[in-house]
Design a protein around this ligand. Structure first.
Ligand SMILES: Cc1cc2nc3c(=O)[nH]c(=O)nc-3n(C[C@H](O)[C@H](O)[C@H](O)COP(=O)(O)OP(=O)(O)OC[C@H]3O[C@@H](n4cnc5c(N)ncnc54)[C@H](O)[C@@H]3O)c2cc1C
Length: 578
């Protein structure tokens, strides 16, 4: 099929649109990539890259059967070559996105000024895309989706996007809360946003029950039923306690801005309390015992940020207390930062220990009481403040959606509380009407970690899948050329870069970063399989800062974060409490 599409593009471009030579070249490259390199990506490397569509599998089967027994792992250089093509493909996608953004800048949706209720009724002929959630996934779809093609409605209790990698920094005042968030309306001014949360999704009627987050005059939270044509589910996950008693009552989380605000208040609170003359020395030590449960990136980054806060600022303001402070990380596994390479894990551990942080490995928290933690082996650990950073759990809305779709409740992903989606991120059992992404999903045959990097790539993928107008109800999303006239055929073939069948989602691993304190960061830099090295200490820190500055979602945020870093460097962190 791709070959015939290529033929159509070739004839079209040379017969009628010579000026589109560049686009044709792009089409050739893309088609070549699809044919020549996809096999490489699919042999024994399920953990990465795109997987073939059924049609592509048919292409691959014959040569594979005839060929000598394939080796387990494809040659390194062919993987790298394949990654470079993926990178090139993503660059073309970005060019396509720029086109959408330019069109959006000139688009005038006059109707928006006169239609006040855009939630409960649909209007016009455009299909309605409803996006649930404004996290990494929802934000990326919102940015990319073409409002010229769809009526876009966003529903989320949070009216902003949050740059979670800097949440730990904001919880001690290294950066300001407002520097790491972006109003969702700024991400796409032509989409309609409602500050509300989805309570239930009815896949059969294609409606969502929604509850406003803003109370009315009598203090009630109104509920609405809102219809959709395509639902993009990006509600993420919530902090998980694994049923450990006392966690929700006594521990602090680090998942949302509100968590960082509470944590920052509580940190200073502990120092002010310990400073009181009536408090015994033993009690001061307990109050100033800080415990982080979880040795993953969130726990470790918070520990590093806290260590900076303690050594640079709190030590200056509370000189009589600083020697009483103790800080522990409790990790259930045998290593911290399990997603990083072993050498970086070791480095991270060394840096934490050098800052006086005690890392307790292979220890399990059984219960959190108001003033002490019960560990396995019967150990009792008095504490003053406990941060719970030990993983995530499914949201109730995800569980109820799984329960509403028989294919989901029967799937292994569903039993783990995640939506099972196919390679085009379509929720199985919904005939293409619900797409899902990020921390809430498990992609069939493509296990990936629950990270912002994955969620953002999911989101951009879905935005483009929608913009390319593939029929999502067919087994492999396809574009029906028969429905358009001759000019439309050419235009669409070029627009789709020859792919009448949508490419499946591919993940391009761009590496890992974690700040570990005292201007040290761990950086695992790579593009797919092409590794550019591992960096620690100052070099890692420079990379960490540069990448996170560039990765901010707007120029405004970049300027604000840079300003915060300078302010912290010159004046230190603020300890005022109000
Ligand atoms: C402190 C911290 C640091 C992190 N650091 C990194 C990092 O350095 N690199 C990295 O790649 N990843 C990092 N992550 C992980 C990353 O943040 C998540 O993987 C990512 O946020 C998942 O994106 P998502 O869109 O699936 O969900 P989220 O970003 O969690 O967004 C979910 C959205 O859904 C909304 N929502 C919830 N319930 C409803 C409802 N009922 N109706 C409508 N909307 C709803 C929420 O308000 C939110 O807007 C970090 C996470 C944390 C907490």
């Amino acid at each position: 099929m791709t070959a015939s599409v290529f033929g159509a593009a070739y004839t079209a471009a040379f017969g009628q649109h010579r000026k589109n030579l560049l686009l044709l070249c792009l089409t050739i490259v893309t088609v070549l990539k699809t044919h020549a390199f996809l096999p490489v990506r699919t042999l024994g490397h399920a953990n990465r890259g795109s997987l073939p569509s059924t049609a592509q599998v048919r292409h691959l089967v014959a040569p594979l059967q005839a060929a000598p027994a394939p080796s387990e792992e494809p040659p390194f250089w062919s993987l790298v070559f394949s990654d470079l093509f993926l990178l090139f493909d993503r660059t073309l996608d970005t060019v396509e996105d720029i086109g959408v953004h330019l069109r959006r800048a000139t688009e005038r949706d006059m109707d928006r000024r006169f239609r006040r209720d855009r939630l409960t009724t649909k209007a016009g002929t455009k299909k309605r895309v409803m996006i649930l959630g404004t996290g990494w996934g929802g934000h990326a779809v919102t940015k990319v989706v073409d409002t010229g093609l769809y009526e876009v409605v966003i529903v989320s209790p949070r009216n902003f996007f949050l740059f979670t990698p800097m949440l730990a920094g904001s919880s001690v005042g290294t950066v300001d809360y407002r520097s790491i968030i972006e109003p969702i309306r700024a991400a796409n001014p032509l989409a309609d946003y409602y500050e509300a949360q989805a309570l239930a999704i009815y896949p059969n009627n294609q409606t969502v029950r929604i509850r406003s987050e803003i109370p009315n005059e009598v203090g009630e939270y109104e509920e609405f039923l809102a219809p959709y044509d395509i639902l993009v589910y990006g509600c993420g996950a919530q902090s998980g306690t694994f049923g450990t008693p006392g966690v929700r009552e006594h521990a602090f989380f680090l998942k949302e801005i509100s968590d960082a605000v509470k944590l920052r208040q509580a940190l200073v609170d502990r120092f002010e309390r310990a400073n009181m003359p009536s408090v015994s020395m033993e009690e001061k030590k307990r109050i100033l015992s800080f415990v982080v449960v979880g040795g993953g990136p969130t726990g470790v980054e918070f520990s590093g940020e806290f260590s900076d806060f303690l050594n640079r600022d709190l030590a200056k303001y509370y000189p009589a207390l600083v020697d009483l402070v103790s800080f522990k990380i409790i990790q259930a596994g045998s290593r911290i930062l399990p997603v990083f390479d072993a050498a970086l894990q070791e480095q991270g551990l060394e840096v934490l220990k050098a800052q006086g942080i005690e890392v307790m490995l292979n220890r399990k928290v059984l219960k959190v009481e108001e003033k002490h933690i019960e560990l396995d082996g019967g150990e009792i650990l008095p504490y003053g403040l406990c941060v719970w950073a030990a993983g995530t759990a499914p949201r109730d809305i995800t569980k109820s959606l799984i329960a509403a779709i028989p294919e989901q409740s029967a799937s292994t992903a569903g039993q783990r509380g995640r939506l099972s989606v196919d390679r085009w991120l379509r929720v199985q059992g919904t005939n293409g009407s619900i797409l899902a992404l990020g921390d809430a999903v498990e992609v069939e045959g493509l296990p990936l970690p629950a990270t912002g990097q994955v969620a953002a790539q999911h989101g951009a993928f879905l935005g483009r899948l929608l913009n390319r107008e593939y029929d999502l109800s067919t087994p492999n999303p396809t574009f029906d050329l028969e429905k358009v006239n001759a000019f439309g055929k050419v235009a669409n073939v070029l627009r789709l870069r020859g792919r009448l069948e949508a490419q499946a989602f591919s993940f391009l691993n761009l590496g890992l970063l974690a700040y570990v304190g005292q201007a040290n960061a761990l950086a695992q830099v790579q593009t797919g399989n092409l590794k550019f090295g591992e960096y620690t200490a100052r070099a890692g820190n420079l990379l960490w800062r540069s990448v996170y500055l560039v990765k901010q979602v707007s120029t405004r945020n970049r300027v604000l974060v840079l300003n915060d870093w300078l302010r912290t460097r010159v004046f230190g962190r603020d300890i005022s409490r109000f």
